[in-house]
Design a protein. Structure first.
Length: 299
C-alpha cells in the first residue's frame, strides 16, 4: 500500500483518471491540479490550484504521458487554465521527490537535471512499453481501416522497426490476414522476423520493397520514409507513422505526391484511455512502492 505517500498529479487526459483511481485504491495521499472541469469526484482526493506551494510535501509529481511540451506547458484537458512547469515549481519540490511521466522532452529533462530532481520515464520500462504496444497496435489498425477502402486481410503491409511496438503491430496485422514485411537493422531481428512468418528486409533496402504496398507503418524514430521511398510507393498506399513527433516520414513530399501520410501520436490514449491509464498506473504503483520500500515505509 502507498499509505502516507504524497502524490501530486498535474494535468493530463482521461488516462490520468484511471491513475487517480488506482492510486486511491493504494491509499496514497493525492492532490490533483488541472482538473477543475472534471465532474467525477474521487473521495479523499484534494483538488488544488497549480502553484508551487502544492509541491512542498510531494514524494512524487506525476505528469501526463508526454510530460511537458518544449516550453514547459503541461497538457491538461480538464481545465482551461494553463499549467506550466517552471523553475519556481522545481524550487518548491523536495529534493527526494521524483517526477514521473511517459516519455520526456528535452525541456523537462534539462529542468530536472538543473534542479537535481530524478525524472522517471515510465515508457522506458520494457514491461510498460510492451503492454502499451497493445492499444497502440489496435489504434494503428483503426487508422488503417478508417483510411483505406480495402480489408487488412490480404493487404500488403510493411512495418518498419521490430521493437516493442513494431513487433506487436506486425503480429496483429498478420493475425488479421495481412501479408507483412518487416524492416529491421539487426541480423537477430531479421532471423526472428523470418521465424515468425514475416518477410524481413534490411531498412536500407526499403525503397526496393515498396512497389506493391497498401499500408506502410513506421515505428522508427528517425527520418526513414524519405522522398526517395515515397517516390516508389503506389499512389493508393497509406503511410501511418507511429514514431514520436516529428515521426520518420517526409510528410511534405508525401503531400506533394498525393500519398496519404498520417502522423499518429498517443494512440493508446485515443482508442483505449482506460486500458492505457491502467498500464501507466501499474508501472507507476510498482515504482512508488519500490521508492517507499527504500524509504523503509512500505506495508
Ligand atoms: P523500441 O522498442 O526502441 O523499437 C524501436 C525499433 O526501431 C527498434 O527495433 C530499433 O532497432 C529500430 N530502429 C531504431 N533506429 C533505427 C534505424 N536507424 N534503422 C533501423 N531500425 C531502427 O521503441 P518502441 O517502444 O517500439 O517505440 C517506437 C516508437 O513508437 C517511439 O518513437 C515511441 O515513442 C513511439 N510510440 C508511439 C505510440 C503511438 O501511440 N503513436 C505508442 C507507443 C510508442 P534495434 O532493435 O535494432 O535497435
Amino acid at each position: 500500500m502507498l499509505t502516507g505517500v504524497q502524490v501530486v498529479l498535474a494535468g493530463g487526459d482521461a488516462r490520468q483518471l484511471e491513475v487517480i483511481r488506482r492510486l486511491t485504491e493504494q491509499d496514497a495521499s493525492i492532490t490533483i491540479c488541472g482538473f477543475d472541469r472534471l465532474e467525477t469526484s474521487f473521495p479523499g482526493v484534494v483538488r488544488a490550484e497549480w502553484q508551487p506551494s502544492v509541491l512542498r510535501q510531494a514524494d512524487a509529481l506525476v505528469l501526463p504521458p508526454v510530460g511537458t511540451d518544449d516550453d514547459g506547458t503541461i497538457s491538461a484537458i480538464f481545465t482551461e487554465r494553463e499549467l506550466k512547469l517552471t523553475d519556481d515549481f522545481m524550487d518548491a519540490l523536495p529534493k527526494s521527490c521524483k517526477i514521473y511521466c511517459g516519455l520526456a522532452k528535452t525541456y523537462l529533462r534539462k529542468l530536472a537535471e538543473k534542479h537535481h530532481i530524478k525524472l522517471v520515464e515510465l515508457f522506458e520500462r520494457d514491461d510498460v512499453a510492451i503492454y502499451n504496444s497493445i492499444p497502440t497496435a489496435e489504434g494503428a489498425v483503426m487508422m488503417a481501416i478508417q483510411n483505406t477502402d480495402i480489408t487488412i486481410h490480404g493487404s500488403n503491409c510493411i512495418v518498419l522497426g521490430l521493437g516493442r511496438t513494431g513487433l506487436t503491430l506486425a503480429r496483429t496485422l498478420q493475425g488479421l490476414g495481412a501479408k507483412v514485411k518487416t524492416g529491421v537493422r539487426g541480423e537477430d531481428l531479421f532471423a526472428r522476423a523470418y521465424e515468425m512468418g514475416f518477410e524481413p528486409f534490411y531498412v536500407p533496402d526499403l525503397a526496393r520493397q515498396t512497389g506493391n504496398i497498401d499500408l506502410l507503418f513506421n515505428t522508427i524514430p528517425n527520418m526513414i520514409i524519405t522522398a526517395q521511398v515515397i517516390a516508389g510507393l503506389p499512389l493508393r498506399a497509406v503511410i501511418i507513422d507511429l514514431a514520436s513527433k516529428p515521426g520518420g516520414t517526409d510528410f511534405r513530399f508525401a503531400e506533394k505526391r498525393g500519398i496519404k501520410a498520417l502522423l499518429a501520436p498517443s494512440l493508446p490514449g485515443i482508442v483505449a484511455p482506460k486500458t492505457a491509464g491502467r498500464i501507466i498506473a501499474n508501472g507507476l504503483i510498482q515504482m512508488l512502492l519500490e521508492d517507499d520500500r527504500q524509504r523503509g515505509n512500505a506495508t
